[in-house]
Design a protein. Sequence first.
Length: 400
Amino acid sequence: MQLPATSTLHQVPIFPPKIQNFLSKGRIFPGTHFYKYRGMASFSGFGVRSQMAKGGSSFGADSGDFTLIEYVGKRGINVEDDLVVLLDHIQYACKRIAAHVASPFNNSFGKQRSLGAVADSGSDRDAPKPLDILSNEIILSSLQNSGKVAVMASEENDDPIWISDDGPYVVVTDPLDGSRNIDASIPTGTIFGIYKRLAELDNLPTEEKAMLNSLQSGTKLVAAGYVLYSSATILCTTFGSGTQAFTLDHTTGDFILTHPSLKIPPRGQIYSVNDARYFDWPEGLRQYIDTVRQGKGRYPKKYSARYICSLVADLHRTLIYGGVAMNPRDHLRLVYEANPLSFIVEQAGGRGSDGKHRILSLQPVKLHQRLPLFLGSLEDMEELESYVDVQQKVNPGYEV
Ligand SMILES: O=P(O)(O)OC[C@H]1O[C@](O)(COP(=O)(O)O)[C@@H](O)[C@@H]1O
C-alpha cells in the first residue's frame, strides 16, 4: 500500500493531487491509480468496480459510485480537463485544511491575533486567526501548483493575487469561514468560486486586470463549492448542472459521491439567524420570524431555530433539511461567500437573495463588499421576501 504523503507543516496525513500526470497522458479514469486507494474502502470501491465490470460508462450515479475526480472527469459530467486539474488541487488543499482543523497539535491555531478589524489595511475585515492565515497559504499554494489559475481573490488578502498570465481560471475564496468557532471545535468551512479568466483584459496592468477578473458577476461562475469541516468532511459543488455533495473517506483520502443531484426541500420548518439581534432588526424581519415561530405563516407549523454561527454549516443543514439561513446585516461578502453559495443553492433548487434581489444578479463593485444574505428553500424564501423590510440597517458592531 502506498503511504500518504506528510505535510511538512505539521505532520498531518495528506493525499496529494493524483491526476495531473494522467491528464497529460489523456487518461482521466485510470483504474490502477484510483483502485490503489479504493481497495481499502469496500463500499465505495465495489461501486466503481461493479460499474466497470458491467462496462458502464455514462453518469447515472448512485451514492458511492464515484469519487469527486471520477465524477467531474470523463466518466461523470465531463468538465474541461483544466477544470478537473484545478478541482483536484482545491480538494487536496481542503483535505490539508481539514487535517489542521482536526489536529490535536493545533490548539493554539484558533487564538485570535488581535481584536477588531485588520490593522492599517484600510479594510474593515476582521482580524485573521493563525488558522485563517495557514488555510489561505494552503489554498494559494495549491492554486499556484495547479498551473491553472490566473488570479486568486481571498477574504484574507486586501487585494487579489496575480498568479499566472496564462492560467485559464480565476478563483475567489474564503479559505476558512467561521474560524471564530475554532477554539470550541465547532464546524467551519472553505468556500470557493471559479470563473474563467477574461482574456479581453490581458493587456491591462496587472493590478487592474486582477481586480476586474475578481469582480465578475455571479452569473459568470463556472463552478462553486464549499467544504464543511464537521463530524464528516463534505465537499458540495456545482458546475451549473445540479448540486452534488461528496463525503471524505478518511481511509482512502477520496471524496465519495454521497448526495447525487442534491435538492433542497421546497419548504422547511427551520429558520437560522442570530436572533439576539432581534431588537436591531427591521419591522418586516421581526414580523416574519414572529409569524413562523407561532406556526401562523403560509406553512401552518411552528418553526424551529437552529444557528451554528458558521455559514457553511448553517447552509449545509439548510440544504439537507430545508428552511432559510440568513444574516440580515451587512456582514457576509458578495464575492467569495454570497455568490458561490447562491450558485450552489440555486442549482439545488433554492434561492439566494439579499432580501430584495437575486444575489447572482448583483454586480460586485468592491472586492470585500458586504451585504445581507438569505439562502434557502424556494417557498420559505418567497414568504420571507414578501415581508419586504428584512434587511437590517443598523450595524452597531457586536463583540461576539
Ligand atoms: O455575528 P453574526 O452576524 O451572527 O455573523 C456570523 C457569521 O459570520 C461568519 O462567522 C463569517 O464572518 P467572518 O468571516 O468574519 O468569520 C459566518 O460564518 C457566520 O455565519
